[in-house]
Write a protein that binds this ligand. Structure first.
Ligand SMILES: C[S@@+](CC[C@H](N)C(=O)[O-])C[C@H]1O[C@@H](n2cnc3c(N)ncnc32)[C@H](O)[C@@H]1O
Length: 286
């Protein structure tokens, strides 16, 4: 396993993923009842933008840093910028919060996060980050196996009726990753059918994604939505031309705000041929 998220922190894929993640958390926070989040591929939780691996690639320059200079943005994107700014000194962007840190910052006293990370050094960094937070459990383990082991979630006497599973794998061997993602989705739906499930996926050549999206549309859930940010035409198998979030059981009426947010992201971060697309893969019929 060679993947290190530090090289990519704050890039356009993180921007899309974390805008959508925060919109899902916002929907969960609207009700008082506790919620549980399982982050299957958590990373180390916090990344330095101004030095080290992130500086070597400069990917954040075309992502969060470019966005910070944009004019007024839709509320979902502004909420994301505020969430990132909360982990930085006023007016400066030195640190990028990864998914477990963004999730932990959105938890209330009654909510819980389980964050899984397979790479020992990354898991250790994550453990240190959350050492003082009893709401967060860090698991140095395979996130796909954790779906079977940790769901349906319980904490003491609390069984969680609501929550979210975030699946954000590295896709180092793409052919191997998609079947595992689909199996994890099937397992999660069987064990915790009422949960929202969110999967990040890379877009290189759009047509190679069709089998995955077709299989996702056949999941045993009432609704499946895909929201995509294309930075440039999806015609090269070598470049990350964009990315998408597959949402199973998304919150009621979220599609319009995601369509607005991704359209603004495409204009702010895109090159020639950029576009945004939010599509129902499976929709409840009246
Ligand atoms: C794309 S990064 C995660 C980024 C993070 N979700 C975020 O948004 O900040 C993928 C992470 O998954 C880890 N990983 C790879 N295979 C894994 C597995 N089977 N189970 C858990 N973690 C895994 C990698 O070490 C890497 O840190």
């Amino acid at each position: 396993m060679n993947y290190r998220h530090a090289f990519h922190a704050g890039n356009h894929a993180d921007v899309l993923k974390h805008v959508v993640l925060l919109a899902l958390l916002d929907a969960l926070r609207r009700k008082e009842a506790p919620f549980f989040v399982l982050d299957t591929h958590a990373g180390r939780g916090r990344y330095a933008l101004a030095e080290g691996d992130a500086r070597k690639t400069g990917e954040a320059d075309q992502g969060i840093l470019r966005l910070s200079g944009a004019a007024k943005l839709p509320e979902a994107v502004e909420a994301y910028l505020r969430a990132v700014a909360a982990h930085n000194p006023p007016g400066r962007l030195q640190t990028y919060p990864g998914s477990p840190l963004l999730i932990a910052s959105a938890l209330r006293a009654q909510d819980r996060l389980a964050a899984c990370e397979l790479q020992p050094q990354e898991a250790e960094a994550l453990r240190t980050l959350f050492a003082g937070d009893a709401r967060v459990a860090v698991h140095a383990r395979d996130g796909y196996e954790a779906v079977g082991a940790l769901l349906p979630p319980r904490a003491g006497n609390t069984a969680f009726a609501r929550g979210l599973v975030l699946i954000d794998p590295p896709y180092e061997a793409q052919d191997a990753e998609y079947p595992r993602v689909l199996q994890a989705l099937r397992d999660a739906l069987r064990l915790w059918p009422q949960a929202m499930l969110a999967v990040w996926y890379p877009i290189k050549q759009g047509r190679s994604l069709r089998p995955f999206l077709r299989k996702a549309s056949g999941l045993a859930a009432k609704t499946v939505l895909a929201t995509e940010l294309h930075i440039r035409p999806d015609d090269s198998p070598l470049r990350l031309n964009g990315s998408g979030m597959l949402l199973v059981n998304p919150p009621w009426r979220i599609e319009q705000s995601l369509a607005t947010a991704t359209a603004a992201l495409a204009s702010a971060l895109g090159e020639a041929g950029h576009r945004a697309e939010t599509t129902w893969l499976k929709q409840e019929t009246a």
